[in-house]
Design a protein around this ligand. Structure first.
Ligand code: UDP
Ligand code: MN
Length: 344
């Protein structure tokens, strides 16, 4: 009866060996995961996505996490000043490529119009929020210009086009709030840049970052002969650290039609004792693509009266009272399309 004894001993050894092997694999995976989670993560959106998966996928998750660690977290930080900047750049405000040909020119983009440098770890994680409705020509010019522009600045960025469904009156400010709300669900952005679709920056030293105070970016616009038309102007393009945008409760939601919402935003900034920074006029230069005013964006005649009472609404009208129906969120090749219905 030697045979069963041998096979029992053999099976016991095999079992022990397998047990040690399993312990080793789990231990190594767990240890590398722990190390990963203990350090500050730049791309925590990615890690969060992994962690949302079923717990049974634990080994998969850890292996993927350690791959993430190797590919992105070990990259050196990008230089403080990007070596790719050109300074003044030519702005093309004429050509009309198709979205398909434009997408073909940008194979480097991740779906949703996302990008980050591959040779260094970006210092800035920026969401560009664009209020939008039926300005296809402007959008093509914007995407043509902005992707190379932002990439030369070595930003980790995403472009969100927030499209208001017809037929309610246009509400630029509310679209900004919606863009903020939806982009913040996609990733943990530290910086939000609220950007009209028809403004194209003329100098890439105009860095799309968020400093310690909000920044008014579109200081000198060709339409206004490159002059600041009034000192508290805060329209066009503005940059906010996430914490500042939350602090001021975002934009007001009640400005339908053209005008007033940017001055209300400025009042919110002042009210919270933040100051407004600007780059020099020589750098913060923009071309505004020519256009007429749309019927559904006629001047809001109540705006002056509304602005007189802005202060009474800061705490109750804004991000904390935002209501909309998200009709679609689509990760298109060149941008994330946020299609929303706003009730008036
Ligand atoms: N906008 C849009 N469709 C409209 C109205 C406005 O996309 O029907 C967006 C677009 O981003 C535009 C911004 O809202 O740049 C501000 O509107 P507009 O350009 O008419 O205002 P301006 O600053 O030129 O007075
Ligand atoms: Mn305009």
């Amino acid at each position: 009866m030697a045979c069963p004894t041998v096979s029992r001993r053999f099976l016991f050894k095999l079992g022990a060996l397998l047990f040690i092997l399993v312990l080793y694999v789990f231990g190594a995976a767990f240890y590398s995961g722990l190390r990963l989670w203990q350090r500050p993560l730049t791309f925590d959106g990615d890690v969060r996505r992994l962690l949302n998966r079923s717990t049974w996928d634990v080994v998969d998750v850890l292996v993927a996490a350690s791959r993430l660690e190797k590919t992105t977290l070990t990259l050196p930080a990008c230089p403080i000043i990007s070596p790719h900047l050109k300074g003044p750049v030519q702005v093309d405000n004429v050509s009309t490529p198709s979205f398909e040909s434009l997408a073909a020119q940008h194979p480097e983009l991740e779906a949703g119009g996302l990008w980050r440098p591959t040779d260094c770890r970006s210092r800035l994680h920026v969401a560009i929020i664009v209020p939008y409705r039926q300005r296809e020509h402007h959008l093509k010019l914007f995407l043509t210009h902005m992707h190379p522009f932002l990439q030369r600045q070595q930003l980790d960025y995403g472009i969100y086009i927030v499209d208001q469904a017809l037929p309610t009156r246009f509400n630029r400010a509310m679209l900004m709030n919606i863009g903020y709300a939806e982009a913040s669900k996609q990733a943990n952005y530290s910086c939000y840049i609220f950007h009209d679709v028809d403004l194209l920056p003329e100098d890439d030293r105009n860095i799309y970052s968020c400093p310690d105070q909000p920044r008014h970016m579109s200081v000198a616009v060709d339409k206004f002969k490159y002059r600041l038309i009034y000192s508290t102007l805060f329209g066009g393009v503005t940059a906010f650290k996430t914490e500042h945008f939350k602090l001021i409760n975002g934009f007001s939601n009640i400005f339908f039609g053209w005008g007033g919402e940017d001055d209300d935003l400025r009042q919110r900034v002042d009210h919270h004792h933040l100051s407004v920074l600007r780059y020099p006029m020589t750098i913060a230069r923009y071309v505004m693509v020519k256009h007429t005013r749309e019927k559904l964006n006629a001047a809001n005649r109540q705006r002056v009266e509304m602005l007189r009472h802005s202060k009474e609404r800061f705490d109750t009208d804004g991000l904390n009272s935002l209501q909309y129906d998200l009709l679609k969120l689509e990760k298109r090749p060149l941008y994330t399309w946020v299609y929303a219905w706003i009730h008036e």
